[in-house]
Design a protein around this ligand. Structure first.
Ligand SMILES: [Zn+2]
Length: 355
């Protein structure tokens, strides 16, 4: 079945992990044998080949670069200019993937329709379609930079990531969006970008909902019902997003799937993390909505974690193909399963881009 994955940090893997994503997952794993600079070395699950094999023919692919102020102990760049430059390197990587036919940009309705048509008759070596998104807006030095980003193909943006950002408070921080955040939202609206509500802390989330009226999705966000953490959505937040015709992508980072995960200590096996928890998150959102229109897949696979922090029944992204059967076993009908695996995000884009 065709899959839309709403969150993959592909260019980050290419440039910060030095992974050539045109290689197979195994080739990348082998190339990292003995490396210890990052906890997920040799445990990657994503490559463009694997995406093709797993029929993940379309994704939201990120640019990501955090700017950290001197008082912060989060990792990141020391100036917004450096962060911007990093995102431009990431953009250059996507452009190179386009040139060799590995990826193709999807920035409008025509490109979307053409790409979906292409994938109706899967052949080897079809390009992976990608919608360019910015995870965390700290690299946006000024609103002129956002205009430039739009011209370069950016179509979605999340104002925050971790900590106190320039435009909003993100995961594990507490605070609102301020004037800068409001100005950013205005510009997002003006450019008809999609707002990604993922990573906003509760206060920033609700302030954003008060002032922003444009299209919103949450590319990779699970439910607080299962893991009680500020990174997860409360039922009230999910209902708010549903009322705005949003789609929420369910992520596969183990700590967001089971409670009490201890990074670097817990293992997927010891904690019983499997794709089942993804099904539970999907089901919960469908129960709150009363339908299957507001949830999709937003795995975040290889988002600075690998197999050591992913469901034990997933070796590579190809295993996403196990989800349709699991949804069917849970009682979802074929149309629901289509909606969840790809159609909801596609319909969202068609709705937003029709004007
Ligand atoms: Zn994220």
């Amino acid at each position: 079945m065709f899959i839309f994955d709403a969150h993959l940090d592909l260019s980050m893997n290419a440039l910060e992990w030095n992974r050539d994503l045109t290689w197979s997952v195994d080739e990348i794993r082998k190339s990292e044998t003995g490396m210890t600079d990052k906890p997920d070395r040799g445990k990657n699950t994503v490559s463009l080949k694997a995406m093709r094999k797993g029929k993940v023919g379309i994704c939201v692919a990120t640019q990501i670069a955090r700017y950290v102020k001197k008082s912060s102990n989060l990792p990141g760049w020391n100036s917004p200019q450096q962060a911007w430059a990093q995102t431009q390197g990431q953009l250059a990587w996507y452009k190179e993937m386009e040139k060799i036919g590995e990826m193709t940009p999807i920035t409008n309705l025509e490109q979307l329709n053409r790409h979906l048509e292409l994938w109706k008759h899967p052949k080897p070596n079809l390009p992976i379609g990608y919608i360019l998104s910015l995870e965390g807006a700290d690299s946006i030095v000024s609103l002129d930079h956002l205009e430039k980003a739009y011209e370069n193909g950016l179509r979605a943006i999340g104002p925050a990531h971790y900590g106190k950002g320039t435009y909003a408070h993100g995961t594990d921080s507490v605070g609102g969006i301020g004037k800068k955040g409001k100005d950013l939202l205005k510009k997002i609206r003006e450019l008809s970008l999609i707002l990604d509500a993922t990573h906003l802390c509760d206060i920033s989330f609700w302030e954003t909902m008060q002032v922003y009226e444009g299209p919103v999705w949450a590319s990779h966000n699970n439910c607080r019902k299962f893991v009680d953490h500020n990174r997860q959505y409360s039922d009230e937040q999910i209902k708010e997003l549903i009322s705005r015709e949003a789609v929420i992508g369910i992520a596969l980072d183990a700590w967001m799937m089971v409670p009490n995960w201890v990074r670097g200590k817990s293992t997927p096996e010891s904690m019983g993390v499997t794709l089942k928890q993804m099904i539970d998150n999907i089901d919960h959102i469908c129960q709150l909505a009363g339908n299957s229109f507001h949830v999709g897949i937003g795995t975040d696979l290889d988002g600075a974690f690998g197999k050591e922090q992913s469901p034990s029944d997933l070796d590579t992204i190809v295993d996403l193909q196990k989800i349709p059967q699991m949804l069917s076993d849970k009682g979802f009908n074929p149309q629901d399963i289509n909606n969840i695996m790809h159609q909801n995000f596609i319909s969202f884009l068609k709705r937003v881009w029709k004007n």
